[in-house]
Design a protein around this ligand. Structure first.
Ligand SMILES: C[S@@+](CC[C@H](N)C(=O)[O-])C[C@H]1O[C@@H](n2cnc3c(N)ncnc32)[C@H](O)[C@@H]1O
Length: 654
């Protein structure tokens, strides 16, 4: 007759076993010649738990907890508040090409097809819940672009959120979120972090640690405000923000060529056409000192250079653009040769003013290394050609340049940022044009975008207007007062500010609005605790697995052998893969008012055998509040029994 084992184990098993698996796994250990630099801070090994003041709609000051504390690991339920959908109200029916008009209807129904989601609550907990949804999704359904614009940690309190954490708190806050965010990304996905100079340098090193330094793509400097900021305090006026771009695993496809109408400044710079090079005569030939190849200088006569008049630019813009499109490859600007460039200066010295020269030579380095190349000079200046940087598209000219890492006012017109989205969100709201550029670079139509510091909802509105899918999270009450009204205007098509005109946005689509549900644990006033049984036994069982990083396996059929004939009693199985190794957890709970019976020896044996057969795991953990019928000395070494919720509370009390 087996003895009944009811001993209580603490959660130390979790770290101990994971450490052994990680140490043994050859697939995950990488040999680093020189360890990458890491940013360190007080309490880096711990985590922060954000409690929310529901009345104020703000996160309370977070407090430190263990990184395995269930309060920050658990996947809470998402409780649906409303579904918002745009419904066509065209009375005449819809004909091809006809303008649709929409009205937004609100419902509670889950029936309406799911498109986008907004969650109100702390984003760490929301991300745990999202991770649970994504665990069973295909790679192609995961997130293509994560954009986050967290509080910059400027040490100030804004109208809608506080921005004043200790650096160690801020770094912990960001690290814990970025680690989960990375797990939601597609392999060809992008991770973009938007900050100012308060924390960006620490964040770069932290992001290198989370994403891998070789996955860093670029650091964009973005000009947020111009001279308007002159009234600001500080030694220098801070006019820039910083955007860090990372890829996930795969290098970005293509070269991220932008497609932007040529701006007026560029047009003004390239306003001369070399219509005709005329006749050329060799005036000098010599051997280059650097590569011993010949250099030939030709002087041109009867050449023709035309200067395009740009007067009344605005009124004549279409006509001017047509002239540019027709002459693209012959439009040029002159560049003064730099003092340090002795080769160029030697050439210039041999030329006369107001004359056209061409030089045939073979560069010894650079893009055209070892290729015979012709350069033109006019009036002692080297010519650069608009056609090297632009292509013609119809009557217009479209830049085909790779973008640079400096995005200034000219690049990102701020237009009417204060009014964009019809909501007031001073010093937090980002211009829609900026988000459009980021999403143009990193996503295609239909891709999923995630922003878990949604603020006034700019990224969500832009993603929606660009026909991307989106997930947004916001902790503050402005989820209700700003994001929802803003998105309703996007759905109805009445928001015609921001990028609407550029993308010809007319309305449509839907989104679901969720709140974060209650925790699976309930701590009483006297600090004793239990599971929050109101969530239901099954939810708690699954959530427990997700909280400790197990992925649910619904394929093991335990009902077949009649041992678990009652479906309600079926244990839940989760698996965790570390390299080539597996660890399996089985959860079997009985609700307190139910029969807290034992897990019979035969049931345990059937479970053990089924799991061993399928996964050959390194460890099997059984989480249960039931008794276990097993002789202590016959318990296999790879089987651990964890009595919950006692073990969890023992951990919380540490
Ligand atoms: C700089 S704002 C984002 C502004 C946004 N990009 C826009 O254009 O409106 C940062 C936002 O993050 C939110 N936030 C801060 N901590 C959070 C948390 N733990 N969970 C969810 N949101 C959080 C703040 O309430 C604030 O709205």
């Amino acid at each position: 007759m087996p003895k009944i084992y009811t001993g209580s184990l603490q959660l130390d098993w979790y770290n101990k076993q994971k450490a052994i698996l990680l140490a043994n796994s050859s697939e995950v250990s990488s040999i680093e010649m020189t360890p990458a630099p890491k940013v360190n801070w007080v309490n880096k090994d711990e985590a922060l738990f954000y409690e929310i003041n529901e009345d104020e709609g703000r996160g309370l000051r977070p407090f430190w907890v263990d990184r395995n504390d269930i309060r920050i690991k658990e996947a809470r339920p998402l409780t649906l508040q409303k579904v918002y959908s745009a419904i066509s109200i065209n009375s005449q029916g819809t004909l091809p090409g006809m303008q649709m008009t929409y009205e937004v209807v609100e419902s509670q129904s889950e029936e309406i097809q799911f498109e986008n989601i907004l969650i109100k609550g702390d984003n760490l907990l929301a991300l745990n819940a999202i991770k649970k949804i994504f665990d069973n999704k295909l790679e192609s359904e995961k997130v293509k672009c994560i954009y986050i614009d967290p509080p910059f940690n400027t040490g100030q309190a804004f109208d809608y959120y506080d921005d004043n954490l200790e650096r160690s708190e801020w770094l912990t806050m960001l690290r814990d979120r970025t680690v989960i965010l990375k797990s939601l990304l597609r392999e060809d996905g992008f991770f973009i972090v938007h900050l100012d100079d308060s924390e960006v340098h620490y964040c770069k090193v932290l992001m290198d640690e989370v994403m891998g330094s070789s996955n860093f793509i670029s650091h964009v400097t973005y000009e947020r405000s111009g001279v308007a900021g002159l009234g600001q305090g500080g030694f220098l006026v801070n006019t820039t923000e910083h955007i860090l771009l990372y890829r996930n695993v795969l290098p970005p496809l293509g070269n991220n060529v932008g497609s932007y109408a040529l701006d007026e400044n560029t047009i003004r710079r390239y306003n001369r056409i070399l219509n005709n090079t005329g006749d050329s005569t060799l005036v000098e030939e010599f051997i280059s000192k650097s590569n011993k190849k010949p250099v030939k200088i030709f002087k041109h006569s009867n050449f023709e250079i035309e200067t395009i008049s740009l007067s009344n630019f605005k009124e004549r813009e279409a006509e001017i653009r047509r002239i540019y499109a027709k002459n693209l490859n012959f439009l040029f600007r002159g560049n003064q040769v730099q003092k340090e460039n002795s080769f160029q200066n030697d050439l210039i010295d041999k030329m006369e003013k107001d004359c056209l020269y061409s030089v045939i030579y073979t560069p010894s380095r650079g893009r055209f290394k070892d290729e015979e190349t012709t350069l033109y000079y006019f009036n002692k200046e080297l010519l650069s050609w608009l056609g090297d940087n632009a292509v013609v598209d119809g009557d217009d000219i479209v830049k085909s340049l790779k973008l640079t890492t400096l995005w200034d006012h000219e690049d990102i017109p701020k237009a009417d940022i204060a009014n964009e989205g019809g909501v007031d969100f001073p010093r937090g709201k980002k211009p829609e044009n900026l988000l459009k550029r980021i999403f143009d670079l990193c996503t295609n139509e239909g891709d999923l975008i995630l922003d878990c510091f949604a603020g006034s909802g700019t990224s969500l509105a832009v993603a929606h207007k660009m026909n991307r899918k989106w997930i947004g999270v916001e902790i503050g009450n402005h989820a209700d007062t700003h994001i929802i009204p803003r998105l309703k205007n996007v759905l109805s098509g009445s928001d015609q500010l921001g990028i609407s005109k550029k993308v010809n946005w007319k309305g449509g689509g839907s989104f679901k609005y969720y709140h974060l549900g209650s925790s699976i644990i309930k701590i009483q006033k006297d600090t004793s605790g239990d599971f929050n049984w109101s969530l239901g036994k099954h939810f708690i069982e699954e959530s427990l697995l997700h909280s400790y990083d197990y992925i649910l396996d619904t394929t093991i059929d335990l009902s077949a052998d009649n041992l678990f004939s009652n479906k309600e009693e079926l244990p839940v199985v989760g698996v965790q893969r570390i390299g080539s190794r597996n660890r399996v957890a089985i959860v079997s709970l009985n609700e307190p008012e139910g029969n807290l019976g034992n897990l019979a020896y035969e049931e345990l044996q059937a479970l053990y055998i089924a799991v061993k057969k399928k996964y050959a795991p390194e460890y099997i953990n059984i989480f249960t509040n039931r008794g276990i019928e097993i002789a202590f000395d016959s318990k296999p070494d790879d089987l651990e029994v964890v009595k919950v919720p006692h073990a969890i509370f023992a951990e919380l009390e540490k």
